[in-house]
Design a protein around this ligand. Structure first.
Ligand code: SF4
Length: 558
């Protein structure tokens, strides 16, 4: 379709209103104000695909306030939505019926001084602070394509509104626009679709290890009084995962008889029926977890991926006209599975870089390269470098991973090997017959009958995520070849998409044209935007593209 698009020109465009993008906006506006007229306020726009800032923000979440203190030293005077300060911190190893509490937690794993938060409430609060600094936030604005002209990033194209499922304009059609900017800051969160384009168009991953991911699912519950101590957090490893798989569970007190429960599992699992939602439901059936949540009420649900590849898997952070920050660039401490403080710090480092670019009126790679230098000289680099091999240590399973991480702690992070070669997550998936032959049928059985009171099927959970999309629009899950799904993938892998998607977007249904066969059916309106499918599909034929702005989850208290 050849339709002329409106061109908007701004100075700085940030894609994503999560903690990284908002910290960028706040810090840049602050630096400009402090310059007392030496640098004039540019037009800064933060565009976000959610229906409001924070609608798509989800994390465990335990916040290390280090970056927040640097960004906004008076944050405690600003009615900040902390749920609880962490008071009790434990790590449990679970077997099917028992638990073993680690007698002590090494300093690197402790949460002294940290806060339990709801990331979506925190992001909404930050957005208010940022808007008060004269930075514009545009919600419901889906960025669809990164525009690169003569090797330079010059803007983004936003999503067309009002197309039907076949891509034809409806009566309410409104073409998307080109937003041109001197600098585009990608703060899209994990595995963003423009970030993925930056990898392919600009080769920003050259010489780096492939990023590796977990998918985490989370429920927020109202629980009976007295089940958790004040500010208590519990982390677990072991059951229900087998020893060779990476992941674990968590329970956090959120105050007011509210609690979060979640489970995260590596997408480098060999199991083609790896199902993060099922694993969380199973996790809740453990006696130690059941005693906390039984008799309560599940209120909210969500899912997201987590970039855990570490320092060596981070892409180049700059290009002509482009900076990458936050989860988009892999700013996550994989040992602690904490990234909010690092995302915020990365936003601040990018703001300092753009401030310099504004001073010089030079937005080329030569100036934006300052982002790399600032990062290399920051505490964020120091923190990430100490755990640079943590994830790679678990490539050989839990026991070896624990041994490796112990060695890394006493060798400053290098351990037995440094910068171990790794493969993209999807390459770890085994074919279904091989996996069953190795592990037995029980390893692929989904042996829980959901009662929808304590354990929930995917659709009931998705309903609690507030997810909505305009139904009449092209599918934002683009499958390159359905024939592969309906034949080759069924035979080889048993259609893993129906398991790894935590929102029941992918289902194998009877194929009326081929009796006795199944075919793939998509329900894109269920999608919670976690990106698992784009990462984990063994044939890499699923592409997640940005749907109409405002679509997706509407998280509250997540
Ligand atoms: Fe996540 Fe993909 Fe399912 Fe959407 S369709 S919820 S991005 S796995």
């Amino acid at each position: 379709m050849d339709i002329e698009k409106e061109v908007l020109e701004v100075d700085i465009l940030v894609v994503g209103a999560g903690p990284a993008g908002l910290s960028f906006g706040y810090h840049l506006a602050n630096l400009i104000k402090k310059s007392e007229g030496r640098v004039s306020m540019p037009e800064i726009i933060i565009a976000d695909k959610g229906s409001y800032p924070g609608a798509h923000s989800l994390s465990g979440a335990v916040l290390n306030p280090r970056a927040l203190l640097e960004l906004m030293p008076d944050y405690l005077e600003k009615d900040i939505p902390f749920e609880k300060k962490v008071h009790t911190d434990s790590m449990l190893y679970l077997t099917e019926q028992s638990k073993f509490k680690l007698p002590f937690l090494p300093e690197s794993l402790r949460n002294d001084g940290n806060y339990i938060i709801s990331l979506n409430k925190f992001s909404s609060w930050m957005a208010e602070q940022v808007e008060a600094m004269e930075v514009n936030i545009f919600p419901e604005t889906g960025a669809y394509e990164l525009i690169v002209e003569n090797g330079q990033v010059t803007g983004v194209q936003t999503v067309d509104l009002g197309l039907d499922k076949e891509g034809n304009p409806r009566s309410n059609f409104e073409p998307g626009s080109f937003i041109k900017a001197k600098v585009i800051v990608l703060a899209e969160g994990v595995h963003g679709s423009l970030t993925k384009q930056a990898y392919s168009k600009l080769n920003i991953g050259a010489g780096k290890l492939p990023q590796s991911y977990l998918t985490g699912v989370k429920e927020v519950w109202e629980i009976p009084e007295g089940r958790l101590d004040d500010g208590e957090i519990i982390h677990t490893f072991g059951w229900p995962l087998p020893l060779e798989e990476y992941g674990g569970g968590f329970v956090y007190d959120m105050g007011g008889n509210m609690a979060a429960v979640g489970f995260a599992v590596g997408l480098n699992s060999p199991n083609p029926t790896n199902d993060p939602h099922f694993l969380m439901q199973k996790f809740k059936t453990h006696p130690e977890i059941r005693r906390i949540f039984e008799g309560g009420q599940m209120l909210h649900y969500g899912a997201k991926t987590i970039p855990e590849g570490g320092y060596y898997a981070m892409p180049k952070l700059h290009h002509d006209g482009l900076l990458l920050i936050g989860d988009s660039a892999g700013f996550l401490n994989s040992q602690k599975l904490k990234g909010i403080h690092l995302a915020m710090k990365s936003g601040m480092l990018a703001a300092e870089t753009v401030f310099e670019a504004l001073e010089k009126d030079d937005y080329s790679a030569a100036t934006l390269k300052g982002m790399e230098n600032r990062f290399e000289n920051s505490w964020a680099k120091e923190e990430l470098y100490k755990v640079r091999n943590f994830h790679a240590g678990f490539e050989d399973g839990l026991i070896m991973g624990l041994a490796h991480s112990g060695l890394q702690m006493i060798t400053g992070g290098s351990g037995i090997f440094n910068r171990r070669k790794s493969h993209p997550d999807y390459k770890h998936m085994m074919q279904i017959d091989d996996y069953v032959a190795r592990k037995g049928n029980e390893a692929v059985e989904k042996n829980i009958k959901y009662d929808n009171k304590y354990t929930f099927d995917k659709l009931t959970d998705v309903f609690r995520s507030g997810t909505k999309h305009e139904e009449e629009q092209p599918s934002h899950l683009v499958i390159a070849d359905f024939e592969i799904c309906n034949t080759k993938c069924t035979e080889e892998y048993g259609n893993p998409c129906q398991y790894f998607c935590p929102a029941q977007v992918y289902e194998m249904v009877d194929n009326e044209e081929k009796p006795g066969h199944k075919k793939l059916m998509l329900t894109p309106s269920n999608c919670v935007h976690c990106k698992t499918c784009d990462i984990a599909d063994p044939y890499q034929i699923i592409t997640w593209v940005t749907p109409e702005g405002g679509g997706g989850p509407n998280y509250t208290n997540m």
